[in-house]
Design a protein around this ligand. Structure first.
Ligand code: BES
Ligand code: ZN
Ligand code: ZN
Length: 495
């Protein structure tokens, strides 16, 4: 999609976009005769300007051809995120109605809050909502809805320079998100650990990142038994991928992003039921988020050194598979009793987190589709966060708020540590049955970060949507690309 900055209406045939708050008579950028007809039509159809909702009409008496109204919720509540959702709705409406081009005159006044933040969020929403994974559709043209191709945007002159740079930034941000989405949406027999490694290699070449890719024999020599253990039932080679971005002038701070890269989680011998396996191609969404960030990271010239660390393998029940009862020794020397081969994410992360800490970084942020329990606790639209470092988490959560990525913090209580103690090894990969499953996962990971400031993000719910949520038109069905935007924003600001 392209955004063209224009001086005014380019053609009478192009639908016009209007923005408005819930239950307000006057829409912020609407005017003219035709507007009156449209407004009464909206009223008679019961459209009042709710959050993330849109309404379009091309009926009689409209010289404009078509109008598209986008709701912004109540004025008192309006945050940039309402504009992100409105933008998403615009893209989705354009797809279903096959509008290839639309025109929007950005209001000079009348919008609440910061103009820059609002415009930025709106543009993000349009790009994000326009995404669709149709790589395997053979009849793209006839059967599926269209895509918005051009947004003609007229902005007040004081916003012109900002709008231009904002369009460029938004393109980079959303390309990063789309790379993550594409990897997660890709079929699991195509997106293998090797493919993730190749993707890392491609971006290392393009951006002059340093890259190490450790394969099976190397992992043996390093003593990454946990990652190797999970891999044993699979025919695909495991890898530990390590990408490094170094700012030209040197860095004061080093941050490691660690992403769970299980390219398919069958559960292993503790096999998942068929239904639970349907979406398990998404179990590498943490890895995809890291790759998404690195895809566009260098172009923002952050001043912080960034390490991208991805442990990746399938979790399969092949003849050589690891078994409940096995004991594995992680990279930092701690021993782990495996009681359930489906709790494999924390195992591969045990090695990866130990390795990250060894790089002497100042902060570690891990992203993992770690537990079904986080979906029970928080649902699919809120990421579960756990941390041992208040300051690090404060900075990161600020970025998540800015990017409209919802989170809730879960505690890591000392009292629950007993739940992951093993009678025969240092820790076990199960907690106390069905109790506090996400916290047990967090406490397990904590064993492998030592004193390094660390945030764990359980994105099992937020990484992949099995349906379209009406309130979130900018994150359609399938992979969401969660955390890519927040991390880019975090790394730029904390650099
Ligand atoms: N990949 C799953 C977690 C998951 C579940 C992600 C649903 C996305 C949607 C993880 O490896 C897993 O299977 N966890 C187990 C842990 C349990 C055995 C302690 C789970 O959540 O049931
Ligand atoms: Zn699992
Ligand atoms: Zn898993």
């Amino acid at each position: 999609m392209e955004v063209h900055i224009v001086k005014g209406r380019v053609s009478q045939d192009i639908p016009v976009v209007v923005l408005g708050y819930l239950n307000e008579e006057n829409w912020v950028n609407a005017g003219g005769k035709e507007w009156k007809n449209f407004r009464s039509k909206m009223q008679s159809e019961g459209f009042r300007g709710n959050l993330a909702e849109g309404f379009t009409w091309g009926g009689g008496g409209l010289s404009a051809g078509r109008l598209i109204a986008l709701g912004l919720d109540r004025r008192e509540e309006c945050r940039p995120d309402a504009l992100r959702r409105a933008g998403g709705r615009l893209a989705r409406l354009s797809q279903t109605h096959r509008f290839k081009e639309v025109f929007l005159e950005w209001p000079d006044r009348g919008l609440e809050g910061d103009d820059h933040e609002n415009l930025r969020a709106f543009l993000q929403g349009v790009f994000l909502g326009n995404y669709r994974y149709d790589r395997f559709k053979t009849q793209k043209k006839d059967e599926s809805p269209g895509r918005l191709e051009v947004l003609h945007l007229c902005v007040p002159s004081r916003l012109k320079t900002f709008a231009q740079s904002c369009i460029l930034e938004t393109k980079k941000y959303t390309e990063a998100v789309f790379l993550a989405r594409d990897l997660v949406n890709g079929p699991p027999s195509r997106v293998t650990p090797r493919v993730l490694a190749e993707e890392a290699r491609r971006m290392a070449r393009a951006n002059r990142y340093a890259l190490s890719v450790f394969g099976k024999s190397h992992l043996h020599r390093m003593g990454m038994e946990a990652l190797l253990g999970v891999n044993r039932g699979s025919a695909e080679e495991p890898f530990l991928i390590h990408l490094r971005y170094r700012p030209p002038g040197g860095a004061k701070r080093k941050v490691a992003l660690v992403g769970k890269g299980i390219t398919f989680d069958s559960g292993g011998l503790s096999l998942k039921p068929a239904g639970s396996m349907e979406t398990m191609k998404m179990d590498m969404a943490g890895a995809a988020a890291v790759l998404g960030v690195f895809h566009r990271l260098a172009e923002f010239h952050p001043k912080v050194e960034v390490h991208g660390i991805i442990p990746t393998t399938e979790n399969m029940p092949g003849a050589a598979a690891y078994k409940p009862g096995d004991v594995l020794r992680a990279y930092n020397g701690k021993t782990i009793e495996v009681l359930n081969t489906d709790a494999e994410g924390r195992l591969i992360l045990a090695d990866a987190l130990s390795y990250a800490v060894e790089q002497k970084v100042d902060a570690v942020i891990d992203m993992a589709t770690l537990t079904g329990a986080v979906i029970i606790a928080l649902g699919t639209r809120i990421t579960g966060a756990m941390t041992n470092a208040r300051d690090l988490w404060r900075g990161l959560r600020q970025a998540m708020e800015e990017e409209g990525e919802a989170f809730w913090e879960l505690p890591l209580p000392k009292d629950y540590e007993a739940d992951i103690r093993s009678r025969i090894a240092d820790v076990k990969n199960l907690g106390a049955g069905r109790e506090a499953g996400s916290i047990a996962g967090g406490l397990f990971l904590k064993e492998f970060v030592g004193d390094t400031p660390w945030v764990h993000l359980d994105i099992a719910g937020t990484a992949y949507y099995e349906k379209d949520y009406p309130a979130l038109p900018h994150t359609p069905f399938g992979a969401t690309g969660v955390m890519v935007r927040s991390l880019l924003t975090y790394l730029r600001k904390k650099g």
